[in-house]
Design a protein around this ligand. Structure first.
Ligand SMILES: [Zn+2]
Length: 247
């Protein structure tokens, strides 16, 4: 095989590996950000519930105060009842006491309702908080893992980059420029293998004459369909491991 061609193939392998790692580096924090957003949403919901609970407690206290006042009023009225001698006035006072007792009953029902509401909110808030704690712990663990993984990938990328520099040094500048240009235009793949006359990047057939020329390995050639630099690996160099050719 032409020496610069095999260097381009090595370069391509490195570039694909680097591309995969860089993509991974973008995806990892993305997953984490989604989890962070979910947690923030739950925390906002918990804050809302807490406010609702405090509002309910305030209403509860107010109802209790009203109830205490009614109680005092009833006690006072009953004391006065014993001092009344006039029959009409006595009946009026009894009516007033009955009215206050009625209102006290209503208040009691309201207090019962608000207590139930308060209990439900407290339970809801507790389970929400429990879930938040679990998620928070998971997220912190994940953050540490992601940071370690990113550092590892960063080191790997740096290593691959320096390998790339080494190979690059031995490739003529115009060819390297051409390689980079095609790579940019063709989804990161500038060099493609041709198997049984088919370009493995664009899956189109090469004209038979062109395929014969390629196998002669005399000069750099490009795929007439996708313009990538093409190469051919004879069966013996392939180690017979090519399933397409074995079939
Ligand atoms: Zn092609």
């Amino acid at each position: 095989m032409l020496p610069e061609l095999s260097k381009l193939i090595s370069l391509q392998e490195l570039d694909l590996e680097i591309k995969g790692l860089v993509q991974c580096q973008h995806e990892l924090p993305q997953t984490m950000r989604e989890l962070e957003a979910q947690l923030a949403e739950m925390q906002a919901r918990a804050a809302e519930k807490l406010q609702e609970l405090e509002e309910t407690k305030k209403q509860h206290r107010q109802l209790q105060q009203e109830m205490d006042m009614l109680d005092e009023g009833i006690t006072r009225s009953r004391q006065r009842l014993m001092e009344i001698k006039d029959n009409i006035e006595y009946k009026a006072m009894l009516k007033e006491i009955a009215f206050k007792e009625d209102r006290k009953d209503q208040k009691e029902t309201e207090i019962l309702e608000i207590s139930e509401q308060e209990d439900a909110l407290t339970a809801e808030l507790a389970s929400l908080q429990e879930e938040i704690n679990v998620r928070q712990a998971n997220l912190e663990k994940l953050q540490a893992e992601v940071a370690a993984e990113l550092a590892e990938q960063e080191a790997k990328i740096n290593e691959l980059q320096s390998q790339r520099q080494q190979i690059q040094k031995n490739i003529p500048a115009p060819l390297l420029k051409r390689y980079d240009f095609i790579r940019e235009k063709r989804q990161g793949i500038a060099v493609a293998e041709v198997r049984q006359g088919v370009c493995q990047a664009c899956h189109m057939n090469l004209p038979p004459q062109k395929f014969i020329e390629l196998q002669m390995d005399q000069e750099l050639m490009t795929c007439p369909h996708c313009q990538r630099i093409i190469y051919f690996v004879p069966l013996e160099e392939n180690g017979g491991a090519n399933p397409a050719e074995a079939a």
